[in-house]
Design a protein around this ligand. Structure first.
Ligand code: ADE
Ligand code: ZN
Length: 333
């Protein structure tokens, strides 16, 4: 594991649901899970693509009901993240995956916010919350979700776009992103995970996003790479996720190093760490080993994470975090 101070910018809170917590919540809420136990559940974590993961990921959310459940989920993540060197976390959640099951958005946001509000004091991690629209649902549903979130916007920094990518281009969400912008929300979107480079361009040009989540397939389009490098558009890569969801064959084949060499502003993140075999400190360590990255490259990844973070409202904090990256002693790893 690498303890270098870092920001985590691509993390789905529902993807931190560990089997042990899932079973504890199932018992608390009287939910029957279709697995004999935690080991049986873990055995199901063999994915062939994004959709095969999403089916399990949405299914397991059945155990999340009360605000307290969401607090416990976020609290467990923050404790683990702190132990992995995370100093700042911008956390995704999927409101439609809960409202569709009858759990109101207020229950979700207030439950998460309860943990996030005490995160700095308990774990030394500053936090922000990013609400994602499910791109395989309709644009109308996304707009209804934004409307439903209005009483809770003091807890929400931005909007994102996730779920099954292919066939659901960013342009489908033009109006809801415009509405989010007029509410003062920051904008990011998953693009180029399984979808083509054209989706990355659309996310930038049609939605006006400030960061691209994944952006892996940008490497197929040299002109796009040149633009992303010139504009220093942050890409929140998730290498362990890409291996588990078969976007790349092995970690050794991951283009992270090539992307850094091309001058891209890349960050390394865990995506859904409970499902993909590691939290972000584990991910730093894994890419270091697989791609033979040096200390200066790890420092660059950590520096990039704070440069790409939504910390504009508190530049002195960003400077403190960056100073901690520069002075980090790798003997601690
Ligand atoms: N890697 C991923 N891609 C798209 N949607 C997601 N939701 C949770 N993880 C995701
Ligand atoms: Zn993701």
């Amino acid at each position: 594991m690498s303890l270098i101070p870092k920001a985590e910018l691509h993390l789905h809170i529902e993807g931190t649901l560990e089997p042990e917590l899932a079973f504890a919540l199932a018992e608390r809420n009287g939910v029957e899970l279709p697995y004999a136990g935690t080991e049986d559940l873990r055995k199901a974590y063999l994915f062939s693509d994004l959709q095969s993961f999403l089916d399990l990921y949405y299914g397991l959310m059945a155990v999340l009901h009360t605000a307290n459940d969401f607090t416990d989920l976020a609290e467990a993540y923050l404790a683990r993240a702190a132990a992995q060197g995370v100093r700042h976390a911008e956390i995704f959640f999927d409101p439609q995956a809960h409202t569709a099951r009858g759990v109101p958005i207020g229950t979700v946001v207030e439950g998460l916010a309860h943990a996030l509000d005490r995160s700095e004091e308990r774990h030394g991690i500053s936090t922000q919350l990013i609400m994602c629209f499910l791109r395989d649902q309709s644009a109308e549903s996304a707009m209804e979700t934004l409307d439903a979130a209005k009483p809770y916007l003091h807890h929400i920094a931005g909007v994102g776009l996730d779920s099954a990518e292919v066939g659901h281009p960013p342009s489908k969400f033009r109006e809801v992103y415009a509405a989010a912008e007029s509410l003062g929300l920051r904008k990011v979107a998953h693009a180029g995970e399984e979808g083509p480079p054209a989706y990355i361009r659309e996310a930038l040009d049609v939605l006006g996003v400030e960061r691209i989540d994944h952006g892996l397939r940008a490497m197929e389009d040299p002109e796009l790479v040149e633009r992303l490098a010139r504009e220093q558009v942050p890409l929140t890569l998730c290498p362990l996720s890409n291996v588990r969801l078969r976007a790349v064959d092995t970690l050794e084949d991951h283009p992270l190093r090539a992307m850094m060499d091309a001058g891209l502003l890349v960050t390394v993140n865990s995506d859904d760490p409970s499902y993909f075999g590691g939290y972000v400190g584990d991910t730093f360590h894994a890419v270091r080993e697989a791609l033979a990255l040096g200390q200066e490259q790890l420092r660059e990844l950590a520096r990039n994470s704070f440069r790409a973070a939504f910390l504009d409202h508190d530049e002195p904090r960003r400077e403190r975090y960056l100073a901690a990256v520069e002075s980090y002693d790798f003997d601690r790893d």
